[in-house]
Design a protein around this ligand. Structure first.
Ligand code: PLP
Length: 333
């Protein structure tokens, strides 16, 4: 730990939990007999992919929108998103009487784009990277007065995601290790503050893909660095962390015990296990925890909680992964 005060504290997460209660689901947690047997300690799956809108992103979006003034809500909210945040913000804005404008890169799958439109948001497709989409957000904030709700680098968003961590400790008090999918780090930062605040001995491990892992590259460099965006099964983990990152970089640096990288083949194996054994449809980003356990990349002395973060996968892509087709990377068909 750096010893400096982090921008999101356990109190902020308790406040977020009270604010969003009744507006988001408290998702179930189940023990996986197969994974427990394989790893040698109890493995619990936090079924957050069953959250409304299909991912945990709703927690942060609802908390952020509810933290705005009435006047700010009336102006409308805007964000750059690889899909799930846009979907969550569209839902949250509509539920609270606002309108969302969502900017996203052309790499975002079509199923995610159309779903966001269906939820009542305005969509802008711009550029080929999260950073270019972000420039359009900045323009809309400056020229049209919209209020930005970023996907991860915002205290209210991090606090909202952290509410998941409170549930984890309540549902599995004996937890030893929490496996968290990692991209911009809002989920990992919030969950780490919550679980370590409630139970300091818990290890929190961030999991991400080998292809274009911006937070991992930034942690290694000691400062936010850009990475090349590459297509991955874990498309929800793509994108940079922002070169002017204010919140999540320092939190991940200070709070994460480890970061583990997964290949495309390992992520595919995680998705297959989720479906064939656990009977759960998860997107690639949500399969990294199971993938890491199956690959033997996690050591834990006690119970493990795996966060299944989302299920917004194109079902044709899901079918191909189930059939064993390799989709991205050097072995791709
Ligand atoms: C956004 C997202 C993540 C990563 O969350 P960050 O807060 O950006 O680290 C993981 N899984 C899914 C399904 C997501 O939508």
């Amino acid at each position: 730990m750096s010893g400096k005060t982090l921008p999101v504290q356990l109190d902020d997460i308790h406040a977020a939990a009270a604010r969003i209660e009744g507006r988001v689901l408290r998702t179930p947690i189940v023990e996986s007999a197969m994974l427990s047997e394989r790893v040698g300690v109890p493995v619990h799956l936090k079924l957050e992919h069953h959250q409304t809108t299909g991912s945990f992103k709703l927690r942060g979006a609802v908390n952020a929108v509810l933290s705005l003034s009435v006047e700010e809500r009336a102006r409308g909210v805007v964000a750059a998103s690889t899909g799930n945040h846009g979907r969550a913000l569209a839902f949250a804005a509509r539920a609270e009487g606002s309108v969302a404008t969502i900017c996203m890169s052309s790499l975002v799958p079509e199923n995610k784009v159309s779903e966001i439109r269906r939820l009542g948001a305005r969509v802008r497709i711009i550029g080929r990277s999260q950073d270019e989409a972000q420039e359009e957000v900045d323009r809309l904030v400056a020229e049209e007065g919209l209020v930005m709700v970023p996907p991860f680098d915002h205290p209210a968003v991090v606090a909202g995601q952290g509410t998941l961590g409170i549930e984890v400790v309540e549902q599995v008090p004996e937890v030893d290790t929490v496996l968290v999918p990692l991209s911009g780090g809002g989920l990992a930062a919030g969950v780490a503050v919550a679980v370590k605040g409630l139970k300091p001995s818990v290890r929190v491990v961030g999991l991400t893909m080998e292809r274009g892992a911006a937070m991992k590259a930034s942690l290694d460099a000691g400062r936010p660095v850009p990475v090349e965006e590459l297509p991955s099964l874990a498309d929800s983990l793509g994108g940079g962390i922002g070169l002017d990152n204010r919140v999540t970089f320092a939190m991940c640096r200070d709070l994460l015990d480890d970061v583990v990288l997964l290949s495309e083949a390992e992520i595919a194996a995680g998705m297959r296990h989720a479906y064939a054994v656990e009977r759960e449809v998860v997107e690639g980003a949500a399969a990294v925890g199971i993938a890491a356990l199956l690959a033997g990349k996690i050591e834990s002395r006690g119970p493990v909680v795996v966060i299944l973060s989302g299920r917004n996968v194109d079902m044709e892509q899901h079918r191909r992964v189930m059939n064993g087709e390799i989709i991205y990377g050097k072995d791709a068909a």
